[in-house]
Design a protein around this ligand. Structure first.
Ligand code: SIN
Length: 185
């Protein structure tokens, strides 16, 4: 699949007659909220883990020297914590542009911290996108993150802000916190 997903996402869901949509964010969408929303709820989704396995060409690295950002990897029984936003469907034009480097919108069930459940969308960069980097030892990921920078800023800033936001949510994500510890070591 081509790395730019804007056109793919445009035809994935039909928002005709829909006044609002829940969006689940698990990476930068937790801490960089540059879009309007109607409501916000700490939430989680089941069956996925957060991993720094997606290459970033357009935000935290370049095509020649990609940074690493998070995507979701399927893992039965796992729970991924994040933030859910209820947004107007027209917000997806901005979000599709922001998440264009390999992320596709998928439908997901989400559970809010108060127990309420909703169906919504989540951006996932699957392993068939050209920017996907996949697994690497934590130390290698930390080194790549410490060296990368792109149009949205330093890659380590992405990691540190995500770690801080997860702590705020009361999440204990061993993958993110292990890489954070190596960065500051
Ligand atoms: C997300 O935050 O939900 C998607 C990945 C990212 O933008 O970091």
């Amino acid at each position: 699949m081509s790395v730019n997903t804007i056109e793919h996402n445009r035809t994935r869901q039909n928002f005709d007659g829909v006044s609002s949509v829940w969006l689940f964010g698990y990476g930068s969408l937790i801490y960089k909220v540059d879009f309007p929303f109607l409501e916000q709820q700490p939430a989680s989704i089941e069956g996925w883990v957060r991993r720094f396995w997606q290459g970033s060409h357009d935000h935290r690295g370049t095509r020649e020297a990609p940074g690493r950002v998070v995507t979701l990897i399927e893992q039965p029984g796992a729970v991924c914590k994040g933030m859910a936003y209820r947004v107007s469907p027209d917000v997806f034009e901005h979000l599709d542009h922001r998440e264009k480097n390999g992320y596709l919108r998928f439908s997901t069930a989400m559970t809010f911290d108060d127990g309420r459940q909703e169906q919504g969308l989540v951006y996932i960069a699957t392993e068939d996108n050209e920017a996907f980097l996949g697994h690497a030892p934590d130390a290698d990921i930390a080194l790549q993150i410490s060296r990368s920078v792109g149009p949205s800023g330093r890659n380590d800033e992405y990691l540190l802000k995500l770690a801080e936001a997860l702590r705020h949510l009361g999440d204990d994500d061993p993958h993110v916190f292990a890489i954070e510890a190596m960065l500051s070591a």
